[in-house]
Ligand binder design. Structure first.
Ligand SMILES: Cc1cc2nc3c(=O)[nH]c(=O)nc-3n(C[C@H](O)[C@H](O)[C@H](O)COP(=O)(O)O)c2cc1C
Length: 411
């Protein structure tokens, strides 16, 4: 055992994240649940997150809560508006009953949208120009944001965070990764601006940091404010771990309470995000023919990828070396040994997606010595389940109850 692993804190010890105390170092990462038909959080969504809370997680993250109607990528995303409040409250109460914390991932899709209708024909992004993802929905062009747009979007994030507080959430996670609007600023593949918001990674982080500051001003005394970023975009012209280290420094200086370190882009490199290929079923099961087309194109580009545990470790270490603030390691955490490795490497906590979809009781089982490994086989079929009537689940289990997924959480 190395010296660092002896001095690393136990993952079962509590930790502070801004104003919040987590009962342990395990976070359920945001994984699109497919449990908010038409934007309404369902009973299935509450039941799903309750299972992670019951299973011992420190905090569970509700995926993909849209800050505005135009900020949605799909129709079936949680909408952060007054109408959702009773259902969101039912969701947070279900998690709190078991002593866990709950976080709302708040997001704006920017040019990454499959909505049939937007208020503008040209979706917003960091820069204008050809819109590869929008081309499939007939939106061939994206529009570069001006300062008034930035002001409006920053305010939408702040309003969504205030709503999260009202609904009883303990934290918000600002999505700055995977190709959504704020990631379109961080990414040199999208951001071609020549003003103070473009150029090097520090400039590209300026607008995301502005959003962070606005959210901190709105709720930072009461809620933990977390940012999810990419440690690599995994493409030739995309952002690197060196860029991520600079971005992390900017977000640390702006006052973020925790960074969740992810990687890969939904459109250009999803296999990087998962450390393994997408299943064929995820392509054929896509919600619309547009999505299906987009995913077929992606699948054709996919390189051969062999899954290995902790696949973002080398990249994430570079970010760890750059900042002192709390960091969550994410990507291929599969076993208690992986968790110990992350803690020994100086990460403050771990975020897990598929391992917990496979076994929501994993943290309790780790704790009492009943399990050492998650048992997820990385087939990634859970990705295709997002679009089924019952929503996301592990294909090794029975699917979720579609009736619960059709009922508002508070009904
Ligand atoms: C079914 C599924 C849906 C996902 N949806 C989201 C999402 O909505 N937002 C997000 O930030 N990441 C999403 N992810 C990515 C995960 O949060 C995580 O970054 C990824 O699965 C790698 O972590 P893991 O190896 O622990 O699964 C999703 C992953 C899966 C498997």
């Amino acid at each position: 055992m190395s010296v660092s692993s002896i001095s690393a804190p136990s993952p079962f010890r509590a930790m502070r994240v801004g104003p919040m105390t987590l009962r342990n170092r395990f976070i359920k990462s945001a994984t699109n649940e497919g449990m908010a038909k038409g934007g309404v959080p369902s009973k299935m969504l509450a039941k799903w997150h309750e299972a992670f809370a019951k299973g011992g997680i420190g905090m569970t993250t509700v995926a993909y809560c849209a800050v505005s109607p135009d900020g949605r990528t799909f129709i079936d995303q949680v909408s952060m508006n007054e109408q959702s409040l009773p259902d969101l409250r039912a969701l947070t109460e279900a998690v709190h009953r078991h002593g866990a914390a709950i976080c709302a991932q708040i997001t704006h899709g920017g040019a990454f949208t499959f909505l049939p209708e937007l208020t503008s024909g040209r979706p917003m992004s960091s820069s204008g120009g050809f819109n590869a993802v929008g081309a499939l929905s007939g939106r061939f062009l994206r529009r570069g944001m001006n300062e008034a747009d930035m002001e409006q979007v920053a305010e939408e994030f702040a309003a969504a965070a205030r709503l999260a507080r009202e609904a009883g959430f303990d934290a918000v996670e600002i999505h700055m990764g995977h190709g959504y609007l704020l990631s379109q600023f961080l990414s040199p593949m999208y951001n071609k601006r020549r003003d103070q918001y473009g150029g090097g990674p520090e400039n590209r982080a300026r607008f995301p940091a502005m959003v962070l500051k606005r959210v901190l001003e709105a709720v930072g005394q009461d809620l933990a404010v977390i940012c999810k970023i990419c440690v690599t975009e995994g493409t030739k012209t995309g952002a690197t771990a060196e860029d991520a280290a600079v971005v992390a420094r900017v977000l640390e200086a702006a006052g973020a309470h925790l960074l969740v370190l992810s990687g890969g882009m939904n459109v250009e490199s999803p296999w990087i995000m998962f450390g393994s290929p997408l299943p064929k079923a995820a392509v054929e099961g896509a919600q619309s023919w547009l999505m299906k087309m987009a995913m077929r194109i992606l699948k054709a580009k996919e390189p051969r990828t062999e899954f290995h545990e902790m696949y973002f470790l080398e990249h994430s270490r570079k970010v760890r070396a750059a900042v002192r603030m709390p960091l969550a390691y994410l990507g291929g955490v599969e076993s208690l040994a992986n968790v110990a490795q992350a803690m020994a490497d100086g990460f403050d906590c771990v975020a897990m997606g598929r391992a917990l979809i496979r076994n929501p009781a994993l943290v309790n089982e780790f704790h009492v010595g009943q399990a050492e490994k998650a048992g997820c086989n990385r087939c990634n079929e859970c990705v295709s389940m997002m679009y089924t009537a019952g929503g996301t689940s592990c294909v090794l289990d029975a699917p979720n109850d579609p009736a619960l997924n059709a009922m508002p959480a508070a009904a």
